[in-house]
Design a protein around this ligand. Sequence first.
Ligand code: HEM
Length: 526
Amino acid sequence: MDYAKLGSFELSYSSAGGAIALLLGTYLHYWFFKVIYRLYFHPLAKFPGPKLAGATYLYEAYYDLYPHKLRYLWQIEKLHQQYGPIVRINPAHLHIHDPDFLDGIYSSGNRHKRNRDAWFYRSEANGPLGWSLFQTVEHDVHRLRRAALSPFFSKRNIHALEGLVRGKIDELVDRFAAARRTGEVVPLLHATGALTMDIISVYAYGKDSYSKLSQLGPFGRHFAWVSKMVLVMLPMSMVERISPAAALIPRNRAFFKGLIQDALADEGSAGKEKASHRTIFQDIVQSNLPASEKAPARLSAEANLLQIAGTETTARTLAVLIFYLIYSPTVLERLRLELKPYTDTGIDMHLADLEALPYFLQSAVVTEGIRICHVVSSRMPRYAPDEEIKYGKWVIPAGTPVSQSHYLHHTNPRIFPKPHEFKPQRWLDDPDLKTKYFMGFGRGTRICLGINSVAICPLTDNWISLVYAELFLTVARVMTRFDIELFETVKSRDVDVVRDCIIGLPSPESPGIRVKIVRDRLAAAS
Ligand code: HEM
């Protein structure tokens, strides 16, 4: 035996072991001191909340990822019951559960700037919406980007909007009429999803594409590096198998790339004024944004955003709203009574008319539908970059992400008695309720772009938004023409929100809200 070699092996073995022990020791010391800092010296150390949540993000991951899934929202609710209206929910974030402090968190205007929190919104370049308006952190950059997108949701597109929404709803109504004849079961979210996907795709970039917001869970927030590696290193076929939703990110990018190239080529061509329908790409390219903001990757991010934000949100709201109208016959009866002048005479319902109906109007049925649907359920953290936020005796340091969860706010029994019941009347009983306490579309400078008003009739000065156009016209057309019955739909399993994935989701066991169209009033009359 060559003892000299054995000696060197032992030596290198022990030095490797020593190096590992040293690394491990350093790592453990690093975390030890980090936790001590977070618990005793961090600017948020004095705020109420469980020590474990202040010490590590794993506390939040425990409820959101494993062993619980998408449940941190309800743990936050319990923390408020224990610690009061302000709680430190992870090492860096505060949560304020106080319906009268919404504007303190989500204030508007330039005097009180509010930035989005990059960690929560996953504002990394290859995230689902990298570089988009939704993931823009800084207030000033957001203003620029929003100004460039806003014209697309403005007066100029009015004709494209109303005609398009009407045409697509006609297709849905025809589909329901056929389902009545065949007696088939209709999965409601599929039907409304096809409608809203068609509308936003054709409206924004002239073609159909794909979206699945609710499948993008919080994993990428907690382990951003793993998501990045998966997307960059693995072939598409494997990404598809691991997460079909994640695979949509590169797939959509490739899809939009072609559309963007066409739009840019159109922009350069002499015949550009002749284009019948403009796309958002053309709007951004013609805006005053600097050249870097018009890069194809940025345009693709905005297209992805509009598709994601404009599809599942409105589709889910519509499905849940239709469910509640079937589930609450007295509300449906009153709604039909209000719409009777149109159904009796057979004249077309126009958005301007619908908007003027008190029960149907945003302030009753539709607003209550958006509230109870919890389509956006999560907290939406903001931080004030340049000022402290004062909340009661608490002074929140500048730069601290603060939030309120939509679901917790909209189920607060002090503001919304019997919050889990569908009660449109509550919005009529208190006309200030909507302005003061409705946060379905968010609040402040980052409020939903889909509710940007567009004129529906410049002559009568009536205004409507894309979201309300879709909701009003679909509900009015579908619920006055058809009698619909629920098919094996269980409210607690298929409708009630029990998971929070930015979008509020029902039980994972849910097969979805399913219905049967039992009567077509138009067919019966003819
Ligand atoms: C019922 C349907 C909808 C609901 C409840 C809804 C809700 C919301 C909420 C709560 C936010 C704010 C998120 C935050 O505070 O950070 C938001 C943002 C946004 N929504 Fe909607 N939305 C709906 C439909 C739409 C539609 C149809 C579009 C059209 C494309 C759209 C486009 C956007 C965009 C672009 C943003 C980002 C705005 C910004 O960062 O400035 N939404 N939406």
